[in-house]
Write a protein that binds this ligand. Structure first.
Ligand code: FAD
Length: 392
C-alpha cells in the first residue's frame, strides 16, 4: 500500500519507518527545506527505546546517549535529596530496554538517516487533505495532489490536519513556560551534577541532564507564567532566568548564570480527542495528544503511536485501511490520554507551595521510591502494557 506521512518530526519519522517495516511504500512530506531538530535534550524511557530496537536504531542512538543510573529529586532551596528512582541496569533488566538521555538532533538524525531519500519530499507544505472511499489525497502548497491509501498527519502541536478532520480547536496554554539551555560540560564540571536531576519548588521546577555522551548539559527550568509564546527560538532577556529562580539552591543558580544562550518556551497542550482518525486519515504524535513535558513522554508516545500504527497496518489491504486505523486508535488513544493527564498532574504536584502539602508529596515520593525502586510512571513501561501497545 501507499501512505503519505505529513511532518518529519520524531513522530512522522518513526511512523515512516514503522510503515516501511510493515511493507508499505511511504512518502514523507515535510514543509521545511531540511530535516531539523532544535538544540535541546530529550529523555527516552524504555517504552520508546524498545521501539527503537524494533527499528534497528537502538545501538546507533544509544551510542550517542547518556545512560543514567538514577533520577534524583531535590528541594528547591537547599538541594536536599527527596528521593531517587532507579533508571540504570535494574530498569533495563526490568523493562527490557534502556532509559536514555539524548540530544534531539542525534535522535532525529538517526531516524532520518534510516528513511530512504526517495521517500522524502522536503519543501512540501500540505495545505489540505481529502478522501473518498478508495483513497486519500493531500494538496501541497504548490498545488500538487498526492494520492495514497492512507494519510498520517504527524504535523505537530499546531496541526492543521487536526482542524481539517475535527474542526477548529486551538492549542491550550498550560500557564507554564520553560527556560531552555545547553551548556558545554566544561562550564559546569565543577558542580558535580548527576546524570539526571529535578529540583522542585513553589510554582517552578528545574531539570538538568547530560546528553551527547556527557559533552553537554541540557537544562529546562519551568515556571508559571500568565502568557508565553510557543516557540523553540524565542530568546529570554539577559538574566531573566536568574530573577525567576531567585533564592534557589546555589547549584541551580550557577547553572542558570553560566547558560550562554537561554530560550523561553511557552508550554502548550492539545485537549484530548474522542478519536484521532476519519476514514483513511489519522493523527499521530503531538497533533493527536500534545502534553506538558513534565513526564518527558511526548515524543515517546509519538514513537509508540508509530509502532502500533505499523502493526495495525501489517498485511492490511487498501480496503481494510479504515478498520486498521480504528484498531490503531483503539490501542493508543486511552494510553496517550492517560499520559497527558499524568503529566498535567505531575506539574501540579511539582509546583506545590512550601508547607504541609509539599512535605506530604516529598514523603510520598520517598516512600514510593523505597518500596518500588522505579518511577511511578514506569508502570506504563511494563512488558504486559507494552505487549498490548507494541507487540514485538
Ligand atoms: C520543553 C520540552 C521538553 C520535552 N522533553 C521531552 C522528553 O524529554 N521526552 C519526550 O518523549 N518528549 C519530550 N517533549 C515532547 C516532544 O518534544 C514532542 O512530543 C515531540 O517532539 C512531538 O513530535 P511530533 O513529531 O508529533 O511533532 P513535531 O516535532 O512538532 O513535528 C511536526 C513536523 O511537522 C511539520 N509540519 C507541520 N505542518 C506541516 C504541514 N502542513 N505540511 C508539512 N509538514 C508540516 C513540521 O515542520 C515538523 O517537522 C518535550 C517537549 C517540550 C516542549
Amino acid at each position: 500500500m501507499r501512505a503519505i506521512v505529513v511532518g518529519a518530526g520524531i513522530g512522522g519519522l518513526a511512523a515512516t519507518l514503522s510503515l516501511r517495516r510493515a511493507g508499505h511504500e511511504v512518502t514523507l512530506a515535510e514543509q521545511t527545506s531540511q530535516f531539523t531538530e532544535i538544540g535541546a535534550g530529550i529523555q527516552l524511557a524504555p517504552n520508546a527505546t524498545r521501539v527503537l530496537r524494533r527499528l534497528d536504531l537502538l545501538d546507533t542512538v544509544a551510542a550517542q546517549a547518556v545512560h543514567p543510573s538514577h533520577l534524583t529529586f531535590r528541594t528547591w532551596s537547599d538541594g536536599a535529596e527527596i528521593c531517587r528512582y532507579l533508571l540504570g541496569r535494574e530498569a533495563e533488566e526490568e523493562f527490557g530496554a534502556p532509559y536514555l538521555l539524548l540530544h534531539r538532533a542525534d535522535l532525529h538524525q538517526a531516524l532520518a538517516a534510516a528513511v530512504p531519500p526517495r521517500s522524502v519530499r522536503l519543501n512540501t507544505a500540505v495545505v489540505g487533505i481529502d478522501q473518498d472511499d478508495e483513497s486519500a489525497c493531500v494538496t501541497t502548497a504548490s498545488g500538487e495532489r498526492l494520492r495514497a491509501d492512507l494519510v498520517v498527519a504527524a504535523d505537530g502541536i499546531r496541526s492543521a490536519a487536526r482542524q481539517w478532520l475535527f474542526g477548529a480547536d486551538e492549542a491550550v496554554f498550560s500557564k507554564t513556560a520553560a527556560y531552555r539551555a545547553l551548556l558545554p560540560a566544561g562550564e559546569v564540571a565543577d558542580l558535580g551534577l548527576p546524570e539526571l536531576g529535578v529540583w522542585l519548588g513553589p510554582g517552578r521546577h528545574f531539570v538538568h541532564y547530560w546528553v551527547r555522551r556527557g559533552e553537554l548539559l541540557n537544562v529546562v527550568a519551568v515556571f508559571t507564567a500568565e502568557a508565553a509564546q510557543e516557540s523553540w527560538t524565542a530568546r529570554a532577556e539577559p538574566g531573566e532566568q536568574l530573577r525567576e529562580f531567585d533564592g534557589w539552591d546555589s547549584r541551580v543558580l550557577r547553572v542558570l548564570e553560566r547558560a550562554g544562550q537561554v530560550f523561553r518556551y511557552g508550554i502548550y497542550t492539545r485537549a484530548p480527542l474522542a478519536r484521532w482518525n476519519v476514514g483513511r486519515v489519522t493523527l499521530l504524535g503531538d497533533s493527536a495528544h500534545a502534553m506538558v513535558p513534565f513526564q518527558a513522554q511526548g515524543a515517546a508516545q509519538a514513537i509508540l503511536d508509530a509502532a502500533v500504527l505499523g502493526d495495525a497496518l501489517t498485511g492490511a489491504t487498501p480496503a481494510e485501511v479504515p478498520d486498521a486505523l480504528d484498531r490503531y486508535v483503539r490501542r493508543r488513544l486511552s494510553a496517550a490520554t492517560s499520559m497527558q493527564a499524568r503529566a498535567a498532574r505531575a506539574g501540579d504536584e511539582f509546583h506545590l507551595p512550601d508547607g504541609p502539602e509539599a512535605q506530604a508529596r516529598n514523603a510520598r515520593m520517598a516512600g514510593y521510591a523505597t518500596a518500588n525502586g522505579f518511577l511511578p510512571q514506569a508502570t506504563a513501561w511494563r512488558a504486559d502494557v507494552l505487549d498490548e501497545q507494541t507487540p514485538s
